[in-house]
Write a protein that binds this ligand. Structure first.
Ligand SMILES: Nc1nc2c(ncn2[C@@H]2O[C@H](COP(=O)(O)OP(=O)(O)OP(=O)(O)O)[C@@H](O)[C@H]2O)c(=O)[nH]1
Ligand SMILES: [Mg+2]
Length: 363
């Protein structure tokens, strides 16, 4: 009777690969023994071997998979499973394909910031353009204000409260100005699942119309009404919101409850009725794409980011071109030009939309 073979183990595991469209990918690893059965999987299912595309080889104890002419559909998690009578082992790696850029971006922040610093509102009755940030709890609304303040200040701004360990959530209506520039952000409590949880949609609608006083304390059960202290009965154009920015976190879109989505849709429908322009800022892109986390300038070459934007578009019912994927400052200590550029391009779009609205208001 022969002795049984050694249980398979990996000596060198598969490494993650990032390639450009059209390039070949080689995934390679080494086991302790060659007397094994080997099987490749892609995203948890047996790899469908396509002639001219995939080549699987074994040379002694080295196992390789070649993927030729990498394309979008080749992105995924690849696993090699080895087994024999003594046991089994597996190891996995991610293949990320850098797509050809599917949206153009400006990676020099100076023209963007200069244009915003020189921006003037044409309607003299309007002191500042007001942006309302609305979205689920923990979507990154307060962080967007911190990020924009940091960019304008030229250093990290950590004065307004963003949640850490989900304990510092926003509970009152807070207007934040950006230096002496004619821009103001209104920060709100987050939208939550359940009838009496989080922000009441009527409160967002009151804010859009300009009835909500600054520093108003939100109450999930009772929305703002005419009898509330400091209620703004006859709002002027300066009290109203000039652009609604819906904020959604890229890593949480898939798990957002339907009633939260429904509340966001109700708010967007009301804003449409009031002809208030609307954009979507999709935050936390670094949480869904490793390539983007490593290099933000690759964001518009990422399949994952494009998929998240499509998911966001489908769930919220907004066109993809109204969605801006972003990263906020949250743990870094130095300013980053790519991060600034993404935010400045999105913010510029919000400024132009708001400006068009206030210009129309004066006609
Ligand atoms: N990795 C990463 N984390 C982020 C980003 N933006 C925000 N965060 C983190 O996400 C958490 C929630 O951010 P907040 O800005 O407080 O979210 P919010 O929408 O104001 O939350 P509420 O006030 O509770 O509704 C914080 O821990 C932030 O540091 C981002 O782009 N990337
Ligand atoms: Mg907040």
């Amino acid at each position: 009777m022969g002795s049984s073979p050694a249980k398979p183990e990996f000596v060198n595991v598969l490494a993650d690969k990032q390639v450009k469209e059209g390039e070949d990918v080689i995934l390679r690893c080494e086991a302790n023994i060659g007397e094994v059965t080997a099987k490749w999987e892609k995203n948890g299912s047996a790899l469908e071997c396509v002639e001219g595309k995939h080549t699987m080889t074994q040379s002694g104890t080295t196992f390789s998979l070649i993927i030729r002419n990498a394309a979008e559909e080749d992105e995924g998690s690849y696993t090699l499973k080895l087994w024999n009578d003594s046991g089994s082992a597996s190891c996995s790696a991610m293949v990320i394909v850098e797509l050809n850029e599917w949206r153009n971006a400006q990676w020099n922040q100076h023209p963007l910031i200069t244009a915003l610093r020189n921006f003037k509102i044409s309607n003299r009755k309007v002191r500042e353009l007001r942006f309302l940030l609305a979205g689920p709890v923990g979507a990154g609304k307060t962080s967007i204000i911190n990020t924009i303040k940091s960019i304008f200040a030229g250093h990290q701004f950590i004065n307004c409260l963003a949640a850490s360990d989900s304990c510092d959530f926003t509970i009152n209506y807070q207007k934040h100005t950006i230096g002496t520039y004619p821009f103001a952000f209104c920060d709100m409590m987050g939208i939550a699942s359940g009838q009496s949880e989080g922000l009441h949609t009527d409160d967002v609608i009151s804010a859009l119309k300009g009835h909500m006083p600054n520093e108003y304390n939100f109450c999930s059960r009772i929305p703002l009404c005419e009898n509330t202290q400091n209620y703004i009965r006859n709002p002027s154009v300066n009290d109203k919101i000039h652009c609604l920015v819906s904020v959604i976190a890229a890593d949480k879109i898939a798990i957002l409850e339907n009633d939260v989505i429904q509340k966001m849709k109700t708010i967007r429908a009301e804003a449409s009725k009031l002809r208030i322009p609307q954009l979507v800022f999709m935050t936390r892109v670094d949480k869904v794409c490793k390539m983007t986390r490593g290099d933000l300038a690759k964001i518009y070459q990422s399949k994952k980011i494009r998929e998240k934007m499509e998911e966001c578009s489908t769930r919220l019912g907004v066109p993809v071109n109204c969605i801006f994927p972003l990263k906020n400052y949250h743990e870094e200590t130095n300013l980053n030009e790519e991060l600034n550029c993404l935010m400045l391009e999105a913010f510029t779009q919000a400024v132009y939309s708001a400006h068009e609205y206030v210009t129309k208001c004066s006609q």
